[in-house]
Write a protein that binds this ligand. Structure first.
Ligand code: NDP
Ligand code: 8X3
Length: 253
């Protein structure tokens, strides 16, 4: 199989980390990103020693447009031949109504999930256009399809990802670049710990009484989407565990 260069944002945990491992296991080269440098370096060493692949770690905060541009501009020429961009970095911060909302939480979600995804995309897309091929995989959410109580701003940010994915697909149509959005329901990662500001008990309760998806489940779908024949593109994929019908109904024991 053709060896790809895959850039994954938010590879220090959850979906991003599992996806990096799966691509590495299959011999692909990886640009892994995140803010936590120690985790990036640890993952980088692990991928190199376990799978004997090439890895380029890039430490930056997607919220900062200057940092994003600077980080991507230092990529050596051979690393600029990116085949797949996985726009995965993202978070929910806080859980509550808009009338009681915390502006810092809102800023974090909108700046990361919406503006951060746009900054990374703006900097990588010219590299794909230059090569006349490539694939952008955006991690949306069921929260980008439905709106639930106490999740208004997170849902708004993921609805924006839904719109951006649709818009990008149109913008890039005559450049031969695929755009896929993957919209998972509940998956057990560090996501809920981050949402509840480190409260492990509250985070655990989100996944109580049913089998949620795992980071590895989502990695499989990202990998599958990225390795389809050149003429095929999954545009939009909503995926939940068997126990979850949608954002509102989960079959708990
Ligand atoms: P995790 O918290 O486990 O991972 C989130 C990743 O995003 C981390 O690697 C983190 O790295 C990175 N990240 C967060 N903020 C920034 C930032 N400002 N700059 C750079 N990197 C950042 O959560 P998941 O793996 O679950 O989440 C991944 C994506 O999936 C998110 O977009 C999330 O919204 C989405 N999602 C999650 C679902 C779930 O149930 N888990 C369901 C549907 C969608 P670091 O902190 O090192 O910067
Ligand atoms: C994460 C899934 O249900 O917490 O995007 O919004 S949910």
């Amino acid at each position: 199989m053709e060896k790809k260069i895959v850039l994954i944002t938010g590879a220090t945990s959850g979906f991003g980390e599992a996806t990096a491992k799966l691509f590495a296991k299959n011999g692909h080269s990886l640009i892994i990103t995140g803010r936590r440098k120690e985790r990036l370096d640890k993952l980088s060493n692990e991928l190199i020693s376990e799978f004997n692949v090439e890895v380029f770690p890039l430490c930056f905060d997607v919220q900062n447009s200057v940092e994003v541009e600077k980080a991507i501009s230092i990529l050596p020429e051979k690393w600029q031949n990116i085949d797949v961009l996985v726009n995965n970095a993202g978070l929910a911060s806080g859980y509550g109504t808009i009338q009681d909302g915390d502006i810092e939480d809102w800023d974090k979600m909108i700046n990361t999930n919406v503006k951060g995804l746009l900054y990374v995309t703006k900097n990588i897309t010219p590299l794909l256009i230059k090569r006349g091929k490539g694939h952008i995989i955006n991690i949306g959410s069921t929260a980008g399809k439905e709106v639930y109580l106490n999740g208004g701003v997170y849902c708004a940010s993921k609805h924006a990802v839904d719109a951006i994915s649709k818009g990008l697909r149109i913008d890039l149509l005559d450049h031969g670049i695929k755009v896929t959005q993957i919209c998972p329901g509940a998956a057990e990662t560090e996501f809920s710990e981050v949402r509840f500001h480190g409260d492990k008990e509250k985070a655990k309760n989100v996944y109580k009484g049913y089998q949620p998806m795992s980071a590895e489940d989502i990695a499989e779908l990202i990998y599958y989407s990225a390795t389809l024949p050149a003429h095929l593109c999954i545009n939009d994929l909503v995926v939940t565990s068997l126990a979850q019908a949608n954002s509102f109904y989960i079959n708990r024991e």
